[in-house]
Design a protein around this ligand. Structure first.
Ligand code: UDP
Ligand code: MG
Length: 311
């Protein structure tokens, strides 16, 4: 199989026909001999599934993956990835915000040896200022908190090679932030600038809660720094406690203080900073356990060179 196209769909009944038409046309034009189009129905409660079934009855290249309920975009995408068999995998949204026609130029880059050709939005049409602002704030926080570089203004719209796809399949983590995981994998990755269109039909399927969940998954999958921050607070707290304690003792000796205040103030500041330090230390261990339980491969070897011959 030359190419797998993966499209997660949640209540996209209005877009499906147009989507299918454009994806099919672009696959034909892109000079790929064998390809499959994998549509994932992520627990839609409109006619999405029945339209998919109708379409697949007429076309053997369509693969429909019907999930048991709405699992969310990233999980739907993972389900599609687990079924893909192509040498290249093309991921796009069902709402036609990412033009399928870009397959051809993206494939050219891929054929030139680029493993991940990721769409980077030069222009984003039809998005609210709130979404643009939230997205900017999110990527700033993410790049501060995490150890690897995750490019800004980039979604899951991309073309990936077989070896990247295989590595992705070898990452069994539960909370999935796929674009970050692909960044983490490495190899040759390149941005492809494009104009992001407005939705073809319907409204965004990312509710505010889903967006929050997505951001928390992203930050916590790539960093244990938030846990470490409690240690920083603890040390600051300890410093403050020392200052407060000395002030309390100073007041006891040189000023008229209410009896009991000095001892109370020093005890409270001392023990609360002690607690913060302990929480910080526990956080450090929890962080390590967390990283370990993800069971990611330690590293990915690009290639091993060996010259055979007599020694
Ligand atoms: N989607 C999904 N499950 C969800 C939410 C979204 O499969 O729970 C799909 C949706 O059908 C679309 C893609 O994920 O194909 C991106 O969603 P959307 O266009 O609503 O997000 P936005 O472009 O507004 O960020
Ligand atoms: Mg969209």
């Amino acid at each position: 199989m030359d190419l797998s196209v993966i499209i997660p769909c949640y209540n996209e009944e209005e877009s499906l026909h147009e989507l299918y038409k454009r994806v099919l046309a672009t696959c034909k034009k892109a000079d790929v001999k064998t390809y499959e189009i994998i549509l994932i129905n992520d627990g839609s409660d409109d006619k999405t599934l029945s339209i998919m079934k109708e379409m697949s009855a007429k076309d053997k290249k369509l693969v429909i993956v019907d999930l048991s309920r709405n699992h969310g975009h990233q999980i739907a995408l993972s389900a599609g990835l687990s079924q893909a068999t192509g040498n290249h995998v093309f991921i796009l949204d069902a709402d036609l915000q990412d033009p399928p026609e870009l397959l051809h130029p993206m494939l050219e880059r891929a054929r030139a040896g680029i493993d991940v050709v990721y769409g980077k939005r030069a222009v984003r049409k039809g998005e609210t200022w709130f979404k643009l602002f939230a997205s900017k704030a999110f990527y700033k926080t993410l790049s501060y908190l995490s150890d690897i570089k995750i490019p800004e203004n980039v979604g899951d719209f991309r073309l990936i090679s077989k070896r990247v796809h295989e590595q992705l399949q070898a990452m069994p983590e539960q909370h999935r932030f796929i674009r970050g995981m692909i960044s983490w994998i490495g190899y040759e990755q390149e941005a492809f600038l494009y104009e992001r269109d407005a939705r073809f039909a319907g409204v965004t399927k990312y509710s505010f809660t889903k967006l929050m969940q997505f951001s928390i998954d992203a930050i916590s999958s790539f960093s244990i720094r938030p846990l470490r921050i409690s240690l920083v607070f603890a040390l600051l707290g300890a410093l403050l406690a020392m200052l407060l304690g000395s002030y309390a003792i100073y007041s006891y000796i040189f000023k008229d203080t209410i009896s009991g205040w000095t001892s109370l103030a020093t005890i409270i500041t001392f023990f609360s900073s002690l607690q913060l330090i302990c929480i910080g230390v526990i956080g450090e261990y929890i962080g390590r356990t967390y990283i370990q339980t993800k069971e990611r491969p330690l590293y990915i070897i690009r290639q091993i060179y060996k010259t055979s011959g007599k020694k």
